[in-house]
Write a protein that binds this ligand. Structure first.
Ligand SMILES: CC(C)(COP(=O)(O)OP(=O)(O)OC[C@H]1O[C@@H](n2cnc3c(N)ncnc32)[C@H](O)[C@@H]1OP(=O)(O)O)[C@@H](O)C(=O)NCCC(=O)NCCS
Length: 199
């Protein structure tokens, strides 16, 4: 199925939150896994859409927006700006007491209160980072490659020398895709990998 790629528009925001949820269980649908359907998007989509995103692209087919790639050219200042203007608002909306600590929602709320930061040697060589998610109807047809290459061009234009990402160990398909797209493993955590490539 053909799809075109275009820059993100503010009216796409709801759909991106939805795609994030529908691909949020190691690439599979996470609907029903979380009591709050907006939590995943609030962590992995929302911060990338403000103030005005220049590194956000979507894949659109005849049914509408069905995939996205979101990037940041320089991770450290991004972390600082989220700490100033994104996490505080979410922390008041999602106090730690809202969900049981070891529940799926509770683990996401933990991330809001203690967002992980990238390792120094990773950001030194690969200061950019990204997230990519496509609904099943867009997968397996070269759209992931096209979205990533669109983002890589934008990251190069922004001066980024390298890009990294995090991926769950359970998401073997995505790991195979990133490997094919030139990423190598730069960090191994118990449940996840950090992969990176020069630009
Ligand atoms: C992972 C994902 C982004 C890949 O996008 P896609 O459109 O399915 O992948 P493409 O069809 O563009 O594949 C690009 C290349 O990678 C290769 N590839 C894809 N998956 C692969 C795999 N598991 N192992 C080896 N190669 C793979 C393709 O063969 C293709 O190779 P080529 O272009 O050299 O011929 C997409 O499937 C997806 O969004 N999945 C659900 C959400 C998700 O898991 N996101 C990542 C979270 S970290």
């Amino acid at each position: 199925m053909g799809a075109k790629i275009r820059a993100f528009r503010p009216a796409d925001e709801r759909v991106l939150y939805d795609i994030c949820l529908r691909t949020g269980a190691s690439g599979e649908d996470a609907t029903g896994m979380y009591r709050d359907p907006d939590l995943l998007g609030a962590i992995y989509v929302g911060p990338y859409l403000r103030p005005a995103p220049t590194l956000a692209f979507v894949g659109v087919d005849e049914e509408g927006v069905a995939g996205y790639v979101l990037g940041v050219a320089d991770t450290r200042p991004f972390e600082t700006s989220c700490e100033r203007s994104w996490w505080p608002m979410l922390r008041s909306s999602y106090p730690r007491s809202l969900f049981p600590p070891e529940s799926p929602d509770g683990r996401l709320v933990d991330l809001i209160h203690q967002p992980p930061t990238a390792d120094e040697d990773v950001v030194e060589r690969y200061p950019a980072h990204l997230h990519i998610d496509l609904l099943p109807r867009l997968q397996g047809n070269g759209h992931g490659r096209r979205l990533l290459e669109t983002l890589f061009d934008a990251l190069r234009a922004a001066g980024a020398p390298g890009v990294h990402l995090g991926v769950g160990l359970a998401n073997e398909r995505a790991i195979g895709f990133y490997d094919r797209m030139g990423f190598t493993v730069v960090r191994r955590h118990p449940d996840s990998l950090v992969m990176a490539r020069p630009l």
